[in-house]
Design a protein around this ligand. Structure first.
Ligand SMILES: [Mg+2]
Length: 325
């Protein structure tokens, strides 16, 4: 099997080599900070990111799956009494589909803009007019891509959308020069005209980012929520902290918001917090110099500079420590 990742095609053999190397590095980390959490599953909240933390990155987000063995461990954590919540940039429906564990009842989708608590308390914080505007842009770009016969994937989720064209360019075997020409044409002919048509309001706050052979568009309203707000939703009921211990696991900048929030809670409510970032580049300086005496366990030995396998080796070890394995 060959997995196509953000960093190109890699084979099982290469993945295995990367993991073996990464696992050796992870084994040397000190997991003592996890003991208070492992001793008290039912008073512990685990907030887990999914893509890049529990899964290997893939080109098409629809193809994402749990990394081998991690899903089984999370089910076991739930059965052991841990309170598990999943926090992700994916839309809630999509998130529940890829997680595929009906026993888990707490989710934050679209970086905290959609919240599901205890399986029945749902809140959607996305402003309606923004959703309508984004839908128009999505339909416009989709039509234009069809008219121009470009088989480019568009991932649509409430509040944001992502265009993926790496796979198309790889199939066409474009050189770097051809690729940049193609991307310019794509923006000039397809994307920009649609944005001009629908994104006319001066205050629309639509943020467009073209990265890594794809484009991400989302609304950055001033009062937009983030994963940190979602963590508050999970950890509190009517201003009362529900848990003594919180473990946050994430791999990207969006997860920093929940790590910051966890940090604040630990200072104010005497909650014991462990935050783990599984990629070196997402462990900024402020995390390393935290004010409160709670641990950050950064996966500093970055054996995977091209970011092919994400943080899954570390995560497997963390789960095993929590389960006493
Ligand atoms: Mg992630």
């Amino acid at each position: 099997m060959t997995i196509i990742t953000n960093a190109g095609r890699i084979t099982d053999k290469q993945i295995y080599a990367l993991y073996s190397e990464a696992c050796e590095a992870v084994k040397k980390l000190d997991f003592k900070g996890l003991y208070p959490i492992a001793k008290n599953p039912s008073s512990s909240l685990l907030v887990l990111d999914f893509d890049g933390t529990n899964s290997v990155f893939v080109t098409n987000p629809n193809d994402v799956v749990w990394y081998s063995g991690l899903k089984k461990r999370v089910v076991k954590l739930h059965e052991t009494g841990y309170n598990v919540a999943i926090s992700s940039g994916r839309g809630l429906d999509d998130l529940q589909r890829v997680i595929g564990i009906p026993q888990i009842k707490n989710y934050a989708g679209i970086h905290g803009n959609q919240i599901l608590l205890n399986g029945d308390r749902f809140r959607n914080y996305l402003p309606k007019e923004r959703q309508i505007q984004l839908r128009q842009i999505y339909d416009g770009i989709l039509n234009s891509l069809n008219e121009n016969h470009l088989p480019i994937e568009i991932e649509y989720k409430p509040g944001s959308m992502v265009l993926h064209w790496r796979e198309y360019c790889e199939k066409e075997c474009m050189s770097a020069n051809e690729l940049s020409g193609f991307e310019k044409e794509l923006f000039d002919e397809v994307i920009d005209p649609v944005l001009d048509k629908y994104n006319t309001q001066a205050d629309s706050n639509l943020r467009i980012k073209a990265t890594n052979h794809g484009m991400n568009a989302d609304f950055s309203a001033e009062n937009a929520r983030n994963k940190g707000h979602a963590l508050l939703d999970f950890a509190f009921l009517d201003c009362t902290p529900l848990y003594k211990n919180i473990l946050v696991l994430g791999d990207s900048a969006s997860d920093e918001t929940m790590i910051r929030m966890a940090d604040e809670l630990s200072g104010r409510y005497n909650i014991y917090v462990v935050s783990i970032t599984v990629q070196q580049k997402s462990t900024p300086d402020w995390m390393m110099k935290r004010e409160y005496p709670h641990i950050v366990l950064p996966y500093c030995k970055q054996t995977d500079p091209d970011n092919k396998v994400g943080g899954v080796p570390l995560v497997g070890f963390v789960y095993d420590r929590l389960l006493g394995l």
